[in-house]
Design a protein around this ligand. Structure first.
Ligand code: AMP
Length: 223
């Protein structure tokens, strides 16, 4: 299972990405986490990117792409599955991620789009700020991150829709419900994805299914 997460900040891509990775036993490659770890350890990369993170701006593409290539090579050695969380953030990264995936024989099967509106994600990020003290969870920087999301990240969604790998989920609901729906959708797609003959793929829009899908039982391995 090879999944990309696309979502505005605060929609739950870290939480749901970790759930998918644990459920399928695959690597969780979260670019924001990797970058924050560099900042915390004060590596040369961390010192170089810190201001971008503090301001809610995107770090240069080559920095994240190098990190992600390395992580994908490790994921390939570990079995080939992955959840990419935090990349791609713009069209250049989307194309580059696809090229790297082609080179390694591991392009994404699913682009998982979490839909949530600005008011809801802002509310969640401000609540998280009180607990986690992330330097970019201030009202001003949240505004900047959302603006960037709408300007340069959201336009990629159509590209995945055209490729037939888009799955859209309504992420306005409680995270347990969203998680159940995501796992049920991925489990339902699994036989088709495992079929290496590559059947034609069709975009899936779960955003409108809401309650009915949320009632599905989680897979026993999901914890
Ligand atoms: P996140 O944890 O995904 O919200 O990312 C936190 C911050 O890390 C972002 O606001 C960016 O400054 C940086 N970042 C994470 N992923 C990327 C990426 N793919 N491209 C550029 N910057 C990124």
């Amino acid at each position: 299972m090879r999944v990309l997460m696309i979502a505005p900040p605060g929609a739950g891509k870290g939480t749901q990405g970790a759930l998918i990775a644990a459920h399928f036993g695959i690597a969780h490659i979260a670019t924001g986490e990797l970058l924050r770890d560099h900042v915390a350890r004060r590596t040369s990369l961390g010192l170089a990117v810190r201001e971008y993170l503090d301001r809610g701006e995107l770090v240069p593409d080559h920095v994240v792409l190098d990190m992600v290539r390395e992580a994908l090579v490790a994921a390939k050695a570990a079995g080939g599955g992955y959840v990419l969380d935090g990349i791609p953030r713009n069209m250049e990264q989307a194309r580059a991620a696809y090229r790297i995936g082609r080179e390694l024989g591991m392009t994404a099967d699913v682009a998982m789009h979490l839909e949530a509106d600005d008011a809801e994600v802002t509310r969640r990020l401000l609540a998280r700020a009180a607990l986690e003290h992330r330097s970019d969870d201030t009202a001003e920087v949240i505004g900047q991150r959302l603006t960037l999301y709408h300007q340069v990240t959201a336009p990629i969604i159509d590209w995945y829709r055209e490729r037939g790998i888009l799955v859209s989920v309504d992420a306005m609901r409680p995270k347990q419900q969203v998680g159940r729906e995501i796992l049920a959708a991925l489990e339902a797609m699994r036989p088709r994805l495992d079929d290496e003959t590559g059947q034609a793929r069709h975009p899936v829009d779960l955003a409108t299914l809401g309650e009915a899908f949320g009632a599905a039982e989680p897979h026993p391995a999901s914890g």
